[in-house]
Design a protein around this ligand. Sequence first.
Ligand SMILES: Cc1cc2nc3c(=O)[nH]c(=O)nc-3n(C[C@H](O)[C@H](O)[C@H](O)COP(=O)(O)O)c2cc1C
Length: 218
Amino acid sequence: MSEQMTRRRFVKVTATAVGLAALGGGGYMAVEWAPDEEYGEYPRMTIGDGMSRVLVVYGTKTGCTAGIAEQIGGTIAETGATVDVVPAGDGPDAAGYDAVIVGSGVRVGSWHPFVKEWATTQAGTLKSVPVAFFTACLTMATDPDKADEVRAYTDPLIEATGVKPVDIGLFAGMNDPKKFSLPERLIMKAMKAPQGDFRDMDAVAEWTRDVVGKLGLS
Ligand SMILES: Cc1cc2nc3c(=O)[nH]c(=O)nc-3n(C[C@H](O)[C@H](O)[C@H](O)COP(=O)(O)O)c2cc1C
């Protein structure tokens, strides 16, 4: 890629694409694209039967982050825990768990709104148990040296809620145009974003094994 895939670029390209959609007879396409109004049905599952109880909450629009959440859940279960992996849209109650992991895909430098809403609603509980975050995005595939920038995607949420994650996993996501809406595809095309599934499940499992200790589960 000739230009780096930074948040600033996503903001610039998104503003242009949304503007063009509005001007070009797409009418209210930009309004309809509101990301919190478009997320599908994604699986919830319970993995393992250990003593500790862990909640993994995730937000996704294409299924990318669901796969990462499942990998995290499976890896934690191997350490002897019962892990509930639940989409944020299902609104799980974080109370009663020994640890919580929350993660989301990214749109324009920020987690999906419905994940931020869930974390905000549950902030009281999330401040009283060990919590880790994870973020899945394309920057970690194209420009992994921008990890600090990606880590900062959750700074506003941390500031707003007072929830302090023990760690933030930063993972490469995917760009499958078939799973994006038309405006999203236009944005990704304008970004010259590479197509493919860049998830590295070994890296996800490695981070998870490390974070288990930080969450006080081992
Ligand atoms: C409109 C749009 C904006 C995006 N903005 C960013 C961004 O700011 N930074 C980034 O690294 N990735 C960005 N991405 C890439 C997604 O985060 C990536 O496709 C991720 O895998 C999506 O995960 P999900 O489908 O589980 O939500 C964007 C994708 C789209 C379609």
